[in-house]
Design a protein around this ligand. Structure first.
Ligand code: NAD
Length: 464
């Protein structure tokens, strides 16, 4: 089938590659020329495990997607047109819908008859109707640009297909999703989208060696619903995950007072199948392009109706206070931060990505620099992104954590890259001037590090 994808970021590029891998003819549009040039030269502009390998398979199969900045070429190609442009937050917490607006207008200008426009971007509830209006406006522009002024009989419909992939495991999440949500306003659209997803839902493709099918995984649950409910599912899912992490962090802070170990507490509650063990890791809290933005957007949607969503606001507040807590702990232990050498292990908002959007490392580094500390940081992948996106951040960057450790007064684990959760901590301690280790992701044993000679500070954990 012919699929067009608008936007080649984390979601658009992964979606396009997976559809191409499954045998569809895919064309992708982006306004970022550099990105399209890179993709056309066979390079991948983002760091995402297995993406390069999957694109290579597409190439071998003669299904390498078309990558172009030409809206007419890409949009007119697709019977299915996916919108996967960014919806970043505005300062007031509402999502910036200008990219979506311009994508929808272009679709109206160039789409073929009977196309389905599918929203994969995370968009406020009601965006389905709004996108339909914009596509219609685009269609009118096409008409007025043509001679004769007669409106061509071009039918289209809009659907919602929210995306749940996680950066860092996006290919596996897309090939073996927990569920696929299809929000459509007609049975016919639901049927067409079901057909498009058939190889995936039935799992009738050969799994790539580098991304094997999980054990006991056979079919994908397909959730078909109306557009508004599909839009709400996406915001509710992210808000619930964000809430789970904030809950764990709030319990961690109480553990700090009473002397309990939050990792033990979460192990104890996570074993209850009604609760589940995932997303209960206490620490510095969530970051990234989605949780903060989506929680804020849902708060803003509720406010539009005069409703005060207290739980969502608390989830957000608890999260951002965890970042301040790192500074507080460093102050408690070091007393004076001015002139102190502090190293951050990890910059990306989570492991296995180079994404620096809303990364806790940025807030922590800025606060420490403001307090007069000399701050250094290392990351296996995200240094270039961080440097490029934050040219004014006065950080000293290191590729090697051991080189960074030399002469440090304190070391903070910010991102739990596997490279940083298995360090030779004796070697690190020998290199440091001080002995303070803030385990922002609760990855190390408080007892073992204390025995080595560290002053260990966890997030709701203590040496016994
Ligand atoms: P991104 O910023 O990585 O990519 C967006 C891309 O769209 C960019 O390459 C940009 O140049 C391009 N673009 C913007 N306007 C365009 C236009 N008019 N025409 C063509 N291209 C255009 O964003 P992302 O992380 O891929 O997220 C996309 C959407 O998916 C967002 O709504 C996000 O909330 C949602 N989402 C993201 C994730 C994630 O983990 N990143 C997961 C689920 C859902």
């Amino acid at each position: 089938m012919k699929v067009s994808v608008i936007g080649t970021g984390y979601v658009g590029l992964v979606t396009a590659t997976c559809f191409a891998f499954l045998g569809h003819d895919v064309a992708c549009l982006d306004i970022n020329e550099k990105r399209i040039d890179l993709l056309n030269s066979g390079k991948v502009p983002i760091y995402e495990p297995n993406l390069e390998e999957l694109l290579a398979i597409c190439k071998q199969n003669g299904k390498y997607p078309v990558f172009s900045t030409n809206a007419s070429e890409v949009i007119s190609h697709g019977e299915f047109i996916f919108i996967a442009v960014g919806t970043p937050p505005l300062p007031n917490g509402e999502p910036n819908l200008s990219y979506l607006e311009s994508a929808a207008l272009s679709i109206g200008q160039y789409m073929q008859d009977d196309a389905i426009v599918i929203n994969k971007s995370t968009v406020p509830v009601g965006s389905g109707n709004w996108v339909a209006m914009l596509v219609q406006n685009g269609l009118k522009q096409r008409v007025s640009a043509q001679s004769g002024n007669t409106i061509p009989k071009i039918k289209f419909s809009v659907a919602s297909n929210p995306e749940f992939l996680r950066e860092g495991s996006a290919i596996s999440d897309s090939l073996y999703p927990d569920r696929i949500v299809l929000g459509c306003d007609s049975k016919q659209d639901t049927l067409r989208l079901k057909n498009l997803y058939n190889e995936l839902t039935e799992q009738v493709f050969k799994a790539p060696d580098f991304c094997p099918r999980p054990k006991n995984y056979s079919k994908v649950e397909l959730i078909t619903t109306d557009i508004t409910s599909a839009e709400m599912i996406k915001y509710s899912a992210n808000s619930f995950l964000a809430l789970k992490i904030s809950f764990a962090n709030q319990i961690a802070n109480i553990c700090d007072y009473v002397g309990a170990d939050v990792n033990e507490v979460m192990r104890g509650i996570g074993a209850d199948t009604r609760i589940g063990a995932k997303f209960l890791n206490a620490g510095i809290g969530w970051g990234g392009s989605c949780f903060g933005k989506d929680v804020d957007a849902l708060i803003s949607i509720a406010n539009d109706y005069g409703y005060d969503p207290e739980i969502l606001k608390a989830a957000r507040d608890v999260n951002y206070k965890q970042r301040d807590l790192v500074i507080k702990r460093l102050q408690e232990k070091l007393k004076i931060l001015k002139g102190k050498k502090i190293g951050l292990l990890g910059l990306a908002f989570k492991p296995n990505t180079d994404d620096m959007r809303d990364a806790p490392a940025l807030d922590i580094a800025s606060a420490l620099i403001k307090a007069g500390a000399q701050v250094s940081a290392c990351d296996p992948i995200a240094i270039e992104h961080c440097r490029h996106e934050n040219p004014d951040l006065n950080l000293e960057y290191f590729e090697d954590p051991y080189l960074m450790a030399s002469g440090l007064d304190a070391l903070v684990l910010v991102t739990e890259w596997k490279e940083y959760t298995n360090l030779d901590m004796q070697k690190i301690l020998n290199l440091m001037s001080g002995n303070l280790f803030v385990d922002g992701r609760n990855q190390y044993s408080p007892n073992q590090l204390t025995q080595l000679g560290f002053n260990y500070v966890g997030m709701g954990r203590h040496a016994r």
